[in-house]
Design a protein around this ligand. Structure first.
Ligand code: THU
Length: 143
């Protein structure tokens, strides 16, 4: 896996387990409009995991991305205090799949600056970055 940011690491076995979870859930994606089936697996700081796939809608803008689905699932399963260590994103289309801007903000909500995000980049390689590198100047609600 190429790495464009020096930060925390994910072990090979953890990465493989997350990739398998993401691939399995990608096969369940509801993507009749784009045909682009995406899966995401989330590893929490306490070792628990969750999965999500994209769910499209005839009203296109109502589509839910895989990363958002995986994080919603983690909150539903484990509650509002979840903290994300790693997110692995895959697709079944052998394409690049960088997380979209909205998903970056959603990941950021439950992350530390060194939370890892792994995704297939434009060069075809799985790439590892941090949420801080992917989303500089994230929105935070001023108190
Ligand atoms: N998609 C995701 O699931 N995650 C992303 O970060 C980008 C895009 C989905 C949404 C839509 O169903 C399909 O990919 C094509 O945009």
């Amino acid at each position: 896996m190429s790495q464009n940011e020096s930060a925390g690491t994910v072990s090979n076995s953890q990465f493989e387990q997350l990739r398998e979870l993401a691939l399995a859930v990608a096969a369940k994606a509801y993507a009749p409009y784009s045909g682009f089936r995406v899966g995401a697996a989330v590893l929490l700081e306490d070792g628990r995991t969750s999965q999500g796939c994209n769910v499209e809608n005839a009203s296109y803008r109502l589509t839910t991305c895989a990363e958002q689905a995986a994080i919603s699932s983690a909150v539903a399963l484990y509650g509002p205090a979840i903290r994300i260590r790693t997110v692995v994103i895959v697709n079944l289309n052998q394409s690049a799949c960088q997380p979209c801007g909205a998903c970056r903000q959603t990941i950021q909500e439950f992350s530390s600056h060194d939370t890892l995000v792994c995704f297939p980049a434009e060069d075809g390689q799985m790439t590892q970055s941090t949420i801080a590198a992917l989303l500089p100047h994230a929105f935070v609600l001023a108190e």
